[in-house]
Design a protein around this ligand. Structure first.
Ligand SMILES: Nc1ncnc2c1ncn2[C@@H]1O[C@H](COP(=O)(O)OP(=O)(O)OP(=O)(O)O)[C@@H](O)[C@H]1O
Ligand SMILES: [Mg+2]
Length: 419
């Protein structure tokens, strides 16, 4: 479009012959189409209203943000189409107004908008022609406010990031406080433990019913102290930010060590543990102690779910990018409802469980860049699968630029997305 086309057209209007009018109309229609294409291509929403607040134009982005149909919305009052918009007070000011708002329909989004008065030059008559219809001196244009332009920008992303930062800071503060309290509980627990031992020694010197009664009370107190102690230890383990000490490790060895730890219990319960360990696994960068802790928690859950006489099948394998270790047990399994709550802190179905075991497993796996999944049906056992990357994920290849040379060998240590 040539700049000033309209200006020139207006200047020449008085001299245009009827045969030229059609050409000019066509040209104007083209220019309108061109402008509409441009306005629809931009990401910002644009709404134009007349002086009564009725919509005279809106682009595709604005339609998308408010869930409007352009054809339906035109010439309707904007505040009727967008309920809750106090158009009257927003347009009171003679200057631009800027605001944020939250939209709930068709999608929950945050929008920043500004409204500018739309001022147009108006001429009472065609330039160069005076009221008598005779060519005369040009008539000066006067500025007139004919409506408003509203420009909308989607700020959902930055707003959500800001919110998440605030939330995570709040959570950090809370966690720190809780960790402090949990840590302080450790000392009195220790002291309680020692004093229970002293009491037990004194009780040994007694005779009769009193001795049995006191011994029973001491046993209960001790088991509760142990329970508290394990809650505090597990809690601290779950929330303490740990920095894994990574070394090249063989995952099979860690699995074998974890199983060996439970051997007496496995034999005692008559459980069969089958290990199907793939021998050509690549070494993984792992924190051995943490990974062993994760496997302990998983195996312990399986043993507890099977109680007696079941099978725990542990398999290691690999695909293009991950080493995979799966634990398949023939225990009680879980209902869909319980499965959905399994990573909630303190969710447990056991009388003396802390409900932190799997949370710790997930944290450890994530800190190693891996993923954890659980599949189960009630009464049909449970399968827990851990996937640990052994190759750093490749970034997505982009279409080559103008010279069409493919990008080669680009790798990036992109952290996996949180699931
Ligand atoms: N292999 C499994 N089979 C059936 N249910 C399981 C299994 N593993 C976990 N669960 C269920 O998930 C719940 C949460 O497990 P999690 O390990 O987080 O805590 P917990 O085992 O209850 O307590 P803790 O680990 O402190 O002993 C368990 O209480 C149990 O109901
Ligand atoms: Mg557990």
């Amino acid at each position: 479009m040539k700049a000033g086309f309209l200006e020139k057209l207006i200047e020449r209007l008085g001299r245009i012959g009827p045969e030229e009018v059609q050409n000019y109309f066509l040209r104007l229609a083209q220019e309108k189409g061109f402008l509409e294409t441009v306005f629809n291509a931009i990401q910002e929403g644009i709404i134009v209203t007349d002086s009564k607040g009725r919509i005279t134009y809106l682009n595709d982005a604005a339609c998308g943000l408010f869930g409007l149909e352009a054809a339906e919305a035109i010439s309707k009052p904007l505040d009727e189409r967008v309920r809750g918009l106090d158009w009257e007070s927003l347009t009171k000011s003679t200057g631009p107004v800027s605001h944020d708002m939250e939209i709930f329909y068709p999608q929950n989004r945050f929008i920043n908008f500004y409204i500018v008065p739309l001022v147009m030059e108006s001429r009472n008559s065609v330039a160069g022609i005076d009221d008598s219809g005779q060519p005369g001196s040009p008539i000066p244009a006067t500025a007139e406010q004919v409506g408003h332009v509203m420009i909308l920008r989607d700020i959902t992303k930055s707003r959500r990031t800001a919110q998440q930062t605030i939330e995570s800071e709040r959570l950090n503060a809370l966690t720190l406080l809780a960790a402090g309290v949990a840590h302080e509980i450790g000392n009195p627990l220790n002291s309680l433990h020692i004093h229970l031992q002293l009491m037990e020694r004194s009780v040994q010197k007694l005779n009769g019913d009193a001795k049995a009664e006191l011994q029973q009370s001491i046993d209960i107190a001790r088991s509760e102290v142990n329970r508290l102690d394990s809650i505090v230890t597990q809690f601290l383990r779950a929330i303490r930010p740990s920095h894994p000490q990574l070394h090249p490790e063989n995952l099979n060895t860690i699995v074998e060590e974890a199983v060996r730890f439970f051997m007496p219990e496995i034999q005692d319960r008559g459980i069969v543990v089958e290990q199907e360990l793939r021998s050509d696994l690549p070494l993984l960068q792992l924190d051995r102690d943490q990974m062993k802790q994760a496997f302990y928690n998983v195996i312990k859950n399986s043993l507890e779910a099977m109680k007696r006489h079941g099978t725990l099948h542990i398999r290691t394998d690999m695909d293009d990018t991950n080493v995979i270790v799966s634990f398949v047990d023939t225990g009680s399994g879980m209902s869909a409802e319980n499965l959905s709550r399994v990573f909630e802190p303190y969710f447990t179905t056991k009388p003396s469980g802390t409900g932190l075991g799997l949370l710790i497993v997930r944290r450890i796996v994530r800190e190693h860049g891996g993923e954890l999944s659980i599949e189960s049906n009630e009464g049909e056992g449970l399968t827990l699968t851990i996937r640990l990357p052994y190759i750093e994920r490749r970034i997505r290849m982009l279409e080559a630029g103008e010279n069409k040379t493919p990008l080669q060998g680009t790798t990036a240590s992109q952290p996996p997305s949180e699931t």
